[in-house]
Design a protein around this ligand. Structure first.
Ligand code: GAP
Length: 435
């Protein structure tokens, strides 16, 4: 196991070397804490989103999904409170002119040690832009700083079209943007990131009950995908920490190499957002129960996760260095659902008819699973390459395969190998992956 003090460096290095995450605009010297997801990273990020969607939407009948626009009416952000209060307190160091978040530095400039700091000013974190050709105040729009508002402003649309009734949820995955003052720690805090949020609408009074429920569900999601429970904790916010909309929030925190940090927030947003939007839009955002004649504004419990931040912790918690047969290897013990490739097909030799048979094996699996195919270098090196990118199963096609129509399956974690008839392969692969 890699020592914690340089685990970050090792993971960042692996991400770059193997094509998970690249610094953005690298040929131009990079661009301020923005990142591009490469061939493996884009597959893995998609798997993180899909795993979330599967658990929050597909496996439930009380949650539906939407995909709202990133640009929207600025009135949304006035109503939600973001224009007025989505701010960080910003101070400048008068000596070295660095800028800091006041709440993170305890009165001392982390760059030069000076205590000569300006008064804090409120800095709004929303990215502003103009819609249309005229850069006038009347054309200002914001890039969304959270996906949540898309669910609130579509509450009636979804209620009317999906025929759901509280308790029910609306889920969304997508990009959000915040002009963070201190981005950093790789993809932990970036200005462009991806969120996975769900607004769960419940009868008033049921908020606390569903809050407990979602705290537990969401913890189970991470541990079910292989994050060790001791690396996670649930921390309830103090009253002075609560966001402007929340009557109670708990963070799921992860033991990052630099200490505990937020992974996901679960908030009781009460009826704040629906009431705000009702007031600002003039629409009645209520639920009317025809059976009982009851009419009410639902309360909301919101599990709000970060897809990019989650991907980072899946990488951190699966990274290991161990020794196999006297040889050192790096292995990502990723849950099969998250691994970029589920299977690698490896012909023992580049010669025909082995390649043809290998390609037919690949063709059996590809319709169902993301596979890799690699015929270069020694088989040992190819296994290690697959271990390093977390591929759970490697299938070797050798000269015996031509005779016995069977292949060897190697398990990433145990490195055990066993022979499986090609006829049974798809079934056997699914059984082993547990998908
Ligand atoms: N709708 C509520 C909301 O947005 P949040 O705690 O500000 O709550 C939810 O964000 C999650 O989004 C965080 O727990 C984190 O995983 C992710 N997130 C927030 N800001 C981020 C940033 N600058 N970079 C990466 N992920 C971020």
């Amino acid at each position: 196991m890699a020592p914690t003090d340089d685990l970050m460096e090792r993971v960042v290095n692996l991400c770059k070397r193997r094509g998970f995450v690249f610094p953005s605009s690298e040929i131009y010297g990079g661009f301020r804490s923005t990142y591009d997801y490469g061939p493996l990273g884009s597959l893995m990020l998609r798997n993180v989103r899909d795993a979330w969607w599967r658990s929050m939407v597909q496996l439930r009948d009380d949650v539906v999904g939407i995909d709202a626009a990133i640009l929207s009416s600025p009135k949304i952000w006035e109503a939600s409170g973001h224009v007025a209060t989505f701010t960080d307190p910003l101070v400048d160091c008068r000596k070295c002119h660095e800028r800091w978040r006041e709440d993170q530095i305890e009165g001392v400039c982390p760059n030069c040690g000076s205590t000569d700091l300006t008064e804090a000013r409120a800095f709004n974190l929303m990215f502003k832009t103009y819609v249309g050709p005229v850069e006038a105040d009347s054309n200002v729009a914001y890039l969304r700083p959270e996906t949540a508002q898309g669910m609130f402003v579509n509450f009636l649309n979804v209620l009317q079209t999906s025929r759901k009734k509280p308790p029910f949820g609306i889920a969304q995955v997508g990009k959000s943007f915040r002009n963070e003052i201190t981005p950093g720690n790789f993809v932990f805090r970036t200005r462009e990131f991806e969120q996975m949020e769900m607004e769960y609408f419940v009868p008033p009074g049921d908020g606390p009950k569903w809050f407990e429920y979602w705290c537990e569900e969401r913890m189970n999601w991470y541990t079910g995908l292989g994050v060790p429970p001791e690396m996670l904790r649930l921390r309830h916010h103090e009253t002075d920490e609560l966001s402007h909309y929340s009557s109670g929030t708990a963070d799921i925190e992860y033991a990052f190499p630099w200490g505990w940090g937020e992974l996901e927030g679960i908030a009781q947003r009460t009826d704040f957002d629906l009431r705000q939007h009702a007031e600002h839009s003039g629409e009645k955002l209520e639920y009317f129960d025809q059976a009982t004649g009851e009419r009410y504004v639902p309360h909301v419990v919101e599990p709000a996760a970060g897809a990019t931040r989650a991907m980072m912790i899946f990488l951190l918690s699966s990274y290991q260095e161990d020794t196999v047969g006297g040889e050192a290897r790096t292995v990502l013990r990723l849950h099969p659902r998250l691994a970029p490739f589920k299977v690698a097909v490896l012909p023992l030799s580049k010669k025909e008819p082995l390649v043809e048979l290998s390609r037919s094996v690949l063709g059996r699996l590809q319709p169902y699973l993301q596979c890799d195919y690699d015929e270069t270098q020694s088989i040992g090196r190819r296994y290690r390459r697959q271990d390093e990118i977390g591929t759970p199963l490697a299938i070797t096609v050798d000269f015996d395969s031509l005779e016995d129509s069977a292949v060897t399956i190697r398990d990433r974690d145990t490195t055990e190998q066993s022979r499986v008839p090609i006829e049974d392969l798809t079934h056997e692969v699914f059984r082993r992956l547990g998908l």
